[in-house]
Ligand binder design. Structure first.
Ligand SMILES: NC(=O)c1ccc[n+]([C@@H]2O[C@H](COP(=O)([O-])OP(=O)(O)OC[C@H]3O[C@@H](n4cnc5c(N)ncnc54)[C@H](OP(=O)(O)O)[C@@H]3O)[C@@H](O)[C@H]2O)c1
Length: 266
């Protein structure tokens, strides 16, 4: 049996995908500290360089990597290199892509749907699995996957986004169970609206909006507590329970009546 410890959680090496994004960058700054190494993944070299400078000024050692998660095999090879060189003990798979069906079109764009499946589901699932292999050999670690409260609903205008996040949530639950014996804690982060470029593209209300800074704080706390699921802000937890009580016919009418658009809909 493991000895109980009250020491605060202090990962040594953290790899973050989507580090150039709103929540990912805040997480990088939250964790940046002397004695800690951050491996920051994104696609935009300038954003990554600026973030690296900020995190270094907070005392962290930083490496950056440009990776397009649409190429799952390349991402997996990149992960294996970083794992062999740096042995991350916390991996945060934060990168994500959202899309909404353009009003008046019959379906979402099949090309965008493919990208969504890769960035939101296939690649993070493969990376989490690669991370777990390394962590199991080293005696444990923690992995955080980013879902969404959208996973609770079969959104007719965002079928690919809501289902990619639902698939990821199911994976997190199953993998968390399977990897527990290797002392690997999996945390599914399921945010509501967070004030980042992703939600800023939406046209319409963003109820219970939280700042990226607050979101990062809540994520870090959930990871430290080895929480299996972290849904925030709390009204979305209540809403999820309440909507389960709504009869299916009414649920479908409500979902079909939701009018959501996005600014740069193509
Ligand atoms: N913001 C919200 O309201 C909200 C709500 C629920 C769930 N989430 C989830 O939270 C996570 C973080 O979102 P955010 O709000 O921080 O969004 P964001 O500001 O739009 O950042 C998204 C991040 O994902 C990266 N990314 C997108 N496509 C990629 C690709 N093909 N290859 C590599 N990286 C890619 C982006 O990199 P670039 O900088 O190169 O584009 C960026 O770093 C996502 O998984 C999102 O689905 C967000």
């Amino acid at each position: 049996m493991k000895a109980e410890t009250t020491a605060p959680y202090a990962p040594r090496t953290i790899l973050i995908t989507g580090a150039s994004g709103g929540i990912g960058a805040e997480l990088a700054r939250t964790y940046a500290a002397p004695g800690r190494k951050l491996i920051l993944w994104g696609r935009n070299p300038q954003k990554l360089a600026d973030l690296a400078t900020q995190c270094c000024s907070l005392g962290a050692t930083v490496e950056t990597r440009e990776v397009d998660l649409c190429d799952g095999q390349a991402a997996l090879s990149a992960y294996r290199e970083d794992d062999a060189a740096s042995s991350p003990d916390l991996v945060i798979l934060g990168a994500g892509l959202s899309d909404i069906q353009t009003p008046g079109s019959t379906t979402e764009s099949p090309d965008k749907v493919l990208q969504l499946a890769q960035v939101n589901y296939s690649t993070p699932v493969a990376l989490a699995t690669a991370a777990a292999q390394g962590m199991a050999e080293r005696g444990g670690g923690r992995i955080a996957l980013f879902g969404s409260v959208a996973a609770f609903y079969e959104l007719p205008f965002a079928a690919s986004y809501s289902s990619s996040k639902a698939g990821l949530a199911f994976f997190a639950k199953a993998a968390g169970l399977g990897w527990r014996q290797h002392d690997i804690a999996v945390t599914l982060i399921a945010p509501g609206f967070v004030d980042t470029p992703m939600s800023q593209r939406l046209e319409g209300p963003r109820p219970f909006l939280v700042s990226a800074k607050k979101a990062a704080r809540l994520c870090a706390r959930a990871i430290a507590r080895r929480q299996a699921v972290c849904v925030f802000p709390w009204p979305f937890r209540v809403l999820e329970v309440l909507t389960r009580l709504v009869p299916q016919g009414l649920r479908e009418r409500i979902l079909l009546a939701l009018a959501v658009g996005q600014k740069d809909a193509r």
